[in-house]
Design a protein around this ligand. Sequence first.
Ligand SMILES: [Zn+2]
Length: 289
Amino acid sequence: MLLLVAIAGCSEAADSTSQDNADAVLPGSGAVSNPNNPTSSGTAEAADTNNSGGASNAAAPAVAPSKTPKKLYRMNAVYSFVPINKEAASSKVVLLTFDDGPKADKTLGSLLDTLDKHKAKAIFFVNGYRVKQHPELLQKIADRGQTIGNHSWDHIDLKKEKMETVKKQIGDVQTIVNKVTGHKPVFFRPPFGSGNDQVKGFVRDSGMLYMTWSDGSLDWDSSTKNKPDKVVANVLEQLHPGVNILMHELPWTTQALDSLLTKLEAKGYGFIDPATIDLGLHPTAASAK
Ligand SMILES: [Zn+2]
């Protein structure tokens, strides 16, 4: 039942001089649910996402304020999304995510404008050291109604670190994001998609949903550098209902985004609002399978 891993941590690690690099991902990252990639070395790490019931600090107000959207989607074992109630939400959706920012007003602004044009929401998984450099860009993401996720402070491989370091790498991002925007992230993605039980446990205890992705754009890879059309093609090749699309704040991705979203819409896909994702952190979620 578990799907293992083989994170290509090496790809990114090998290129560690560049902070602009991203999470290693292989073309077959659609994992089990993608029959076209049987040899996938997959990026989904384990089938333990909806589980555990762990942390209990997720607020579950009996009377939800009108600001809080209804929860419509739940993440599955391979980090894709399925409707909680098929009659209430379409399964033909994708989650858009952008990692490793915030970097620059130009690239970020372009992404935000294109998302607005398509009335699309996304999660921006940020690194703490970049937030420290550009808190105003983080604020901009929040001001534009997009969701901020935690991607660790230094973009290091957390699987190789001691618990103390893991806590600091994750906790310091919660602190700085909260300081800048007034809200702590509720989504976490490990750099390189690389985690272990220690990392997952701390993430859950911090009130966040841990995810890697299920549709890698490969925009970080040299094969796709400066090729917006390739970004689009890579995503569409792995497309299936509910995919969790990994992209980065990179110039060729910003150039690709309008075309990508247009093509997704033409195929009948909608965009998941991260606020409608059930984090699965409620104590009662433990029994949900
Ligand atoms: Zn990253």
